[in-house]
Design a protein around this ligand. Structure first.
Ligand SMILES: NC(=O)c1ccc[n+]([C@@H]2O[C@H](COP(=O)([O-])OP(=O)(O)OC[C@H]3O[C@@H](n4cnc5c(N)ncnc54)[C@H](OP(=O)(O)O)[C@@H]3O)[C@@H](O)[C@H]2O)c1
Length: 320
């Protein structure tokens, strides 16, 4: 099992000096969405940007959410109530894609229960994984357990977690696609040292989605993975946009740059998410939070202008 607390080394962060890919105009649209109603310091308003999944053209909002850590709680009502608010605010804003995994301890159970309680399954794009399994039978058993835990009979996206047993698990995902039990296939990693292998597997298996880490201090994906995803027509989902929270800690006492208001941002979190989304290869980003005020903050990054090349460089420089 991969822990979200496993973090990228300082050396990897320092090695983030790669050239920026040219920022071609992104194909994106504004989707009408109702305003969020959940209690939060500053309510969400506006419409989330959407982008197309290349293999089908289906459009999804650019802000998704993760569940590692944040949804790994017990059965107590007090532990789950804030997560229900996080989910409700997400759906009310028009968010759809939620990423989870059977190896995030209780996350699938908690998510499945909250989705059932809030009756939101029909509005969601659920992404989960075949995780830490070897062989077809183990993979199939885990997927059947996942469906039970998520209280659903199918998911929108099934991903091979961290490239484990990739050929066998991708073949299984292909079968499940045929049966309509997952709509899309995918493969994930979360570290720069996994990106060369990810690129090899992308060429072999041509998944609908890849999921990889990317942030202003971890830009390795710009070198091979992003251009390859564009060439092959893979949707790109971004994990660890906040470096598992460390980026937020790094800027805690720093004032926002003056140009933040030019892109409608009033938090560092929004700038980090807008940075990720301003790369034309990126389809969706999945920040994880256990707090509704952070959820609303993150959702606001999916509205208004993104960063231009100069603003991207200024953000990178501000973190150096
Ligand atoms: N191999 C893989 O496939 C893989 C690996 C890693 C992650 N993932 C996926 O990617 C998701 C995201 O990655 P991650 O969970 O590692 O970390 P992340 O999204 O980079 O950071 C999460 C941290 O940021 C904080 N946070 C979130 N929004 C905030 C805001 N607006 N202001 C201040 N702090 C904020 C959260 O704390 P609060 O709860 O206090 O808001 C949490 O500590 C995971 O949940 C998982 O679904 C996949």
């Amino acid at each position: 099992m991969t822990s979200r607390r496993e973090f990228i080394s300082t050396a990897t962060l320092a090695a983030a000096g790669v050239a920026l890919a040219p920022l071609a105009a992104c194909s994106q649209e504004r989707a009408a969405a109702p305003a969020a109603t959940a209690a939060a310091a500053k309510p969400f308003s506006g419409t989330l940007i959407t982008r197309a999944i290349p293999s089908t053209g289906e459009k999804i909002p650019v802000i998704g959410m993760g569940t590692s850590g944040s949804f790994e709680v017990g059965a107590e009502a007090g532990e789950r109530a804030p997560l229900r608010e996080v989910l409700e605010a997400f759906v009310a804003a028009g968010g759809t894609l939620i990423d989870t995994a059977p190896t995030y301890s209780t996350a699938e159970d908690v998510l499945g229960d909250l989705v059932a309680q809030t009756k939101t399954r029909g509005k969601l794009f659920l992404a989960t994984k075949l995780s830490g399994v070897t062989g077809r039978e183990e993979g199939l058993k885990q997927f059947n357990d996942t469906l039970r835990r998520l209280r659903t009979d199918k998911v929108e996206l099934l991903q091979v977690h961290n490239l484990r047993d990739t050929a066998t698990q991708m073949a299984l995902i292909g079968e499940l696609k045929q049966q309509g039990r997952t709509k899309y296939s995918g493969m994930t990693h979360y570290r720069e040292d996994g990106q060369a292998q990810l690129a090899d597997e992308m060429r072999k298996h041509k998944p609908d989605f890849i999921q990889i880490n990317y942030s202003p201090v971890s830009r390795g994906a710009e070198q091979t993975v992003f251009p390859l995803a564009q060439e092959l027509g893979c949707a790109v989902m971004i994990n660890r946009a906040f470096e598992d929270g460390r980026l937020i800690s790094q800027v805690r006492d720093k004032p926002l740059p003056p140009w933040a208001k030019e892109v409608g941002a009033d938090s560092w979190a929004q700038l980090f998410l807008k940075f990720v989304l301003s790369h034309p290869a990126v389809t969706v980003v999945i920040p994880a939070t256990s707090k509704v005020r952070h959820q609303v903050d993150n959702l606001r990054a999916g509205t208004g202008p993104l960063l231009d090349a100069k603003q991207r460089q200024a953000l990178i420089a501000a973190l150096a």
